[in-house]
Design a protein around this ligand. Structure first.
Ligand code: DQA
Length: 146
């Protein structure tokens, strides 16, 4: 089983970026925890981060043919703006969980709408780095439906 974890814009700055909102854990530390969990669980893990919308679209499209079974995605701000990322996820028909470190519902109004949530199997928000681990555990147990 192959699981892809995608991170969007500014998530490369985790640890430095607004630590009161996003905490002190870096993306490298999150990825290391996910890699350990994947190994324990006997699944293959790929991780990818980009600040560029089109690169994220390209990586999502590549998942269609590279054996990816499940996606965990934190699209960052593109969550709230990107019809293109929504369309890419809809096109490839691979189940995904949407993750946000912060509880977007107790933040600004513009973060309350997601272009991805109604396509997602589920959404994790507000659990910090543990949200990725919860999503990965879920991904290990659940296959993409047809
Ligand atoms: C985020 C929430 C988004 O609103 C924001 O633009 C981010 C990070 C989160 O993980 O809490 O970049 O996706």
């Amino acid at each position: 089983k192959n699981i892809l974890v995608l991170n969007g814009p500014n998530l490369n700055l985790l640890g430095l970026r607004e630590p009161s909102v996003y905490g002190h854990t870096t993306l490298a530390q999150i990825d290391a925890r996910l890699a350990a969990l994947a190994k324990e669980s006997g699944v293959e893990l790929s991780t990818y981060q980009s600040n560029h919308e089109g690169e994220l679209v390209d990586r999502i499209q590549a998942a269609r043919t590279d054996g990816t079974d499940f996606i965990v995605i934190n699209a960052g701000a593109y969550t709230h703006t990107s019809v293109a990322i929504r369309d890419a996820l809809a096109a490839i028909k691979i189940s995904f969980v949407e993750v946000h470190l912060s509880n977007v519902y107790k933040r600004e109004e513009f973060r309350h709408h997601s272009y991805l949530s109604d396509l997602a199997v589920g959404v994790v928000a507000g659990l910090g780095p543990e949200g990725y681990e919860a999503a990965l555990r879920f991904a290990v147990l659940h296959q993409t439906a047809a």
